[in-house]
Each structure stands twice: as structure tokens, then as C-alpha cells.
Design a protein around this ligand. Sequence first.
Ligand code: NAD
Length: 420
Amino acid sequence: MTGLDRDRPADSDGKTAHARFLKRACDRLGYDAQEYQILLSPSREIRIELPLRRDDGSLCVFTGYRVQHHNARGPYKGGLRFHPDTDIDDVRALACLMSLKTALLNVPFGGAKGGIDCDPARLSDREMESLTRRLTSKLHRNVGPFTDIPAPDVGTNAQIMAWISDEYSKVYGYTPAAVTGKPLDMGGSLGREDATGRGVALVLRAWARHRAETLEGRTAVIQGLGNVGIHAARCLHDLGIKIVAVGDSRSAVFAEDGLPVDALIAHKNETGGLAGFGAGATVDPAAMLETECDYLVPAALGGVIHAGNAPHIRARTIVEAANAPTTWDADAVLNAAGVTILPDILANAGGVVVSYFEWVQNLQQFPWSLEDVHTRLTERLETAVDDVMALAAGQEVSLREAAYVIAARRLKDALWTSGP
Ligand code: NAD
């Protein structure tokens, strides 16, 4: 167990935050204990030993995982995470979240997640390529365009998806639909790279419209300046929101009047970090989460908003760009304090929606324009926001509970129709 539910470690029956959220939704839907268990439990868990010859000639062994949660609504679908904290508990929880996310967005996929317990910052490009190809060569019988479709997540990117695609195609011939988030010249989709961050802004905009809330001039704090955080920062800034603080794993910067987003991203891309950035004051990355703002956007790892810091959060709204950033206990504290949470399975779903578009384009061998991608992404996310807000208002529950109820019902309906 790593960061997913720090203040309440896994119970004897292995529950974590997502399991409790799912249980609460199942109770509301009147599902019994067996039905809940079937929705929660993964279909298959794969563990792979991955020996790697390092550049210095030494040999080390990493562990790879792929958890396939449910595929009643379509092929398993989910990211690959390369991070030293990756373990089976995190991957299992993240796979379940993927099933719920694809159900909520009504894309024809199930849920999966995978990863390797490695630190990409300590591996050379050759070592990363070798490890990725080794993972693919050991996993290829269990993945594929109608079986299980990996995508990028923490520590992985389009280049890694390209190596997976190439390795897979050596066995099965040209099969671009076997993996999404690929580079454009290998069958990737326009608009995939920034889709998750763009989706964060689109979901916030749709939610704000329902409440007649103006975004212009509001303030946001963003934790994590990787793929999701960078594009979320840019898109939120384009909506007129002032980004007053951003941080990554090593440092954070704050400016009351708003940070110059383009310069900040350029600095991060050039130097790999935020240290030495000319504008704003340096602040403690952990304390940054407690900065007063309208929108707090965790876009890094799970479990960062926990019972310890939840009472000190001074945001009015949390937009969960990361997966599972809020623990069960923190969720209760924040709900009681009147903080609105746009939950992960809604707020960060832009990535899997455009992955779906990429898969469709690959199967049809017919690329779409960027305008088509953006229009369809906006439609899907706005429909999901409408669904969640209608149920939340009708049943007087939080947005997270509403999202889980919709997703759990769709997942159960598909599972029961196909025969549990
Ligand atoms: P990434 O590897 O590109 O970036 C991660 C960022 O988090 C980096 O800037 C890193 O410095 C920062 N970080 C790591 N530890 C931190 C810490 N302790 N404090 C502050 N910052 C820290 O990963 P990503 O693809 O941007 O994913 C970020 C989150 O979004 C993850 O939770 C992931 O599961 C979720 N997500 C990603 C996608 C996607 O399409 N990539 C889709 C949906 C959800």
C-alpha cells in the first residue's frame, strides 16, 4: 500500500478509499454484499519479473504489474505507471477507478492499470526502452486492441507507447489500436497529449456554468507539473483563471497576482524543475496545498489530501486531476466543511475519452481533425457533468457519490446482462 489511503491503511479485507466510495454507492443502489464484491474485485492480476542489464553492466530486476478489472463494457483500458512506489495495491485500486471512469463517460471500455516499480529519473533512455520492450514481450498475449489497451500515466509518455506499439507489432503485424497515447507519426491522435489537462478545464467550466459561476479572475493552485498539470495550467489560464501557485515533487512557487504560465512551463520543460524560476516566491510544496484559492487542482499522485491536511485546505473547490488524490477520511472532512470536490473519475476523464477516439481512428484507419477531437471531447465531458450534477441535485449527495452511483449502475447492468 502506498499513498492511496494513508490515514486509514487497508482494512483486513483490503478496502481503500475507492472501495469505500464504491460500497457507499452500492448501498444507495440497493446492491447486496456479493454484488458489491463482484463490482470491486478485479478479473485478473498479472505480475511479471523484469530483469534489466544496466548500462554499467550490472543486472537488476524490476516488477511489472497489469490488473484487468472488468471488461463487460468493452476491452480493458488503462494507463501504465513507471514509479518506484508502484505496487499491486495501487494498481488494483487504479484499475477499478478506470472501470468506473469508462462507465461514467460511457466509452466502450472496461478498466485496467499497470506499471513497473522503477524510477525513470534513474534510468537512461536505452534502459527505459529495454524495460518497456521486455514488459511488452512478456505481456503481449494478455493485451491487444480488443483485449486490453495500455496508455500513458505517471512516468510514461508517447515515446514509451511507441516502443510498446513497435514491440507488439513485431508479433501481430501493424496494430496501432493496441495502445493509445502514441506519437502522431505512429498513429496517435491529435489532441491526445493535452486531453487530460484540457478535460480538467472543460469539466470545471461545465460545472461552473450550471452554477452560473464566473471563472474569469478566479484563482487556482496546481500540484504536479507533468503531462496533466502542465496542460491543465495552460487551459485554466486560457479560461481567465489566475494560477497563483504550482509545485512539483521538489519545489513550488507562489505569486498572489498569478504566475506567468507560459514562461513557467517553458522553464519546467527546459530545466526539468521549478528551481531558479524568476517570478514568484518559493514555497514548501506540501504546504502549497493549503494555499487560499478558488480551485485546488491536485495533478500528481494519490493520497495527497488526507486527514492530516484536510482541515487546513482553504480552497472552495477541489478539481481532482490526479487519480485518488483524496482519502476517504479527507473526503468526509471536506464535505462537512462545504468544499465541493469534482471527483477524479469525472475531472480527469478527458484522457481516456481521447484515447477512445484514438482507438476508433486506428481501427478505421481514418484520422480526425483537431476540431473534431475537441468538439467530441467537449460533448462527452459536458454530458457526464450534466448526468452527475442532475443525480447529485436529485438525491442530495456529493458529486463523487453521484458519479460512483452512475458508474456502478452501468457497470453492474453490463456485468449482469453478460452474466456475472
Ligand atoms: P507525470 O509523470 O507526467 O507528472 C507527474 C507530476 O507529479 C510531475 O510533475 C512530478 O514532479 C509531480 N509529483 C510527483 N510526486 C509529487 C509530490 N509528492 N508532490 C508534488 N508533485 C509531485 O504524470 P501525469 O501523466 O501528469 O499524471 C498525473 C496524475 O494524473 C496521476 O495521478 C495520473 O494517474 C493522473 N492521470 C493521468 C492521465 C494521463 O493521461 N496522463 C489521465 C488520467 C489521470
